[in-house]
Design a protein around this ligand. Sequence first.
Ligand code: TXA
Ligand code: MG
Length: 326
Amino acid sequence: MQAEIGTNIQHAVELLQKEQLVAIPTETVYGLAGNALSSTAVTHIFKAKNRPSFDPLIVHTSSIDRIANFAFFESERLQKLAKAFCPGPITFILPKKTNVPDLVTSGHPTVGVRIPNHPITLKLLEQLDFPVAAPSANPFGFTSPTSAQHVANQLGNQIPYILDGGSANVGVESTIVEDTPNGLQVLRLGGLSIEDIEKCIEEPVVSIKTSSSTPHAPGMLSSHYNPGTPVQLIQSPLEAEAYSSKKIGYIAFSQNPNLSFIENVAILSASGSTTEAAQHLFATLRAFGQLNLDLILVEPAPDKGLGTAINDRLKRASATRKTEET
Ligand code: TXA
Ligand code: MG
């Protein structure tokens, strides 16, 4: 099987109704979608991604009203966020209803729910009478796809159809939040900034889980986003000298390091925008992964706006992979 890439929403609807998988565009990254209420379809998702069954999936729907079909959406804090940011790059952890198979949530009593902000996918979801489970459309442990072609390169032989919605314009996955008696917890930094969240709920978030604080919580495996070449975070271009005997790619945040021994340089945002840098991050890592480099050096982003999510991804891309997490 080699996936067809196209824009035929009706074809995608029919495949999903037959419990088959379709890659779908979202504003964050492309997702690998299947009927969230069908154990058969969900099993296909885990298989195609080679994803361990302990890592739960996010369920996508087209409107706030539809969430009640499969989850309890009662938290006032989360409703406030939904009103402000949905559709958008935020995922809510909610108590699940019984029609959501345990496979989707890896046995947890909660389910991740998101309304993606992409016109094609919203149209698709409106035409379905079930929500879709959709993890990022990459093999487990590898960089998330931000274009239809990225999906075709990595999962093209596993699925029949890729719905093409152009390049993802946020570029990092959704921010995952959960309400607790103590306040709002952020389980994954992502496309909606902490600043925007706090402004909306008019209080500070009570905790932010990062790759280093909870390496084994769901969704927070320390090694992830592997581009196929070792990635090393550096704080300043001066540190690059130590690697000058190697074939190096250098991903700068906003300024060219101008070092003669570096083979390839990419700049994530010449204007220093963390939003623009997030858009380019995964495509750049992926492109550098194909250059047969010995090492990819990368500078962290400033810790504000989407910079915190970028740095979280970079830490994980540079973490040593453990055999049990392949
Ligand atoms: O932007 C996104 O969220 C993209 C697009 C396709 O929507 N999806 C995505 O899915 O990033 P995935 O599967 O690559 O990451 C979802 C993360 C997982 O790592 C999982 O552990 C966490 O969400 N998650 C899902 N359900 C959860 C739950 N009930 N409790 C805690 N974490 C959960
Ligand atoms: Mg993923």
